[in-house]
Design a protein around this ligand. Sequence first.
Ligand code: COA
Length: 268
Amino acid sequence: MSATLRVEEHDTHVLATLDRPEKRNAIDQELVDALHALCARLEVERRTLVLTGAGGSFAAGADIAQLRERRAADALEGINTRCFQRIRALPMPVISVLDGYALGGGAELAYAADIRIGTPTLKIGNPETGLGIIAAAGATWRLPQIVGDALAAEMLLTGRILTADEALAAGLVSAVLEPEAALARATELAERIATLDPAATQATKRALLAPASAHPAIELSEQSVLFESDEKQRRMTEFLERRSRSTADDTERRSRSTADSTERKSQR
Ligand code: COA
């Protein structure tokens, strides 16, 4: 697909690794193009995406060498913005595993994920104003949603970079684990998601992403579709039959043990 985006197929998900370690996985046009190509596939194939970076970094930002050459028209095109929004809007969940640097555009790519898992070396934040630009690929609207207005403003206005523990305390990552364990956790989550109803998962994601003005109408409309689905019928019937089977088993076990103890007493 691309020399800088390694894509591995798993039964339950796709694992995509930003693989430009000599540049701390800085996101250049080639990576953006590769991410678009991956999105085009996942919009149709509808699988969970696990995103990570090679060589001890997630991504140290957009590629500054390319950024320096970009002009007003490039800014208006929203090269990274459109790419990260497309990732955010993927029909199935996106999980990012954040090892080491997640800075600038790298942090914004992480904010686009639904679930973030950090490692102890994580350094995450937006130093853009120090480079004479703003964080225009999601941080100003997405970061406040994740960590709240106050911390988002502090991070974006001062360039404060959070450590792993700070990111965990702020809810920016849901766990901090050593790199292998972090990837294993992401895999477990993808496996768990794969046991759930994909239609319900996708409906949940659409509701989560909907603007405030769309609630609760969107939930009701999504639910009205799911209430008619064969899969809902199957899953609920299976649950109820399992319950009634286990209740019947319990009753039988209890009556057997009462009978046994009565027999023991009568033998004494
Ligand atoms: N864009 C382009 N190249 C980058 C980059 C970026 N965002 N981040 C790192 N690189 C390159 C460096 O230029 C260097 O390339 P070189 O070996 O050809 O000189 C290489 O990656 C390694 O970076 P280096 O700074 O030597 O590594 P380090 O481990 O000492 O420091 C960072 C890592 C992330 C702290 C440092 O590279 C950095 O500050 N990067 C920029 C972060 C940033 O401002 N991001 C926001 C951009 S919007």
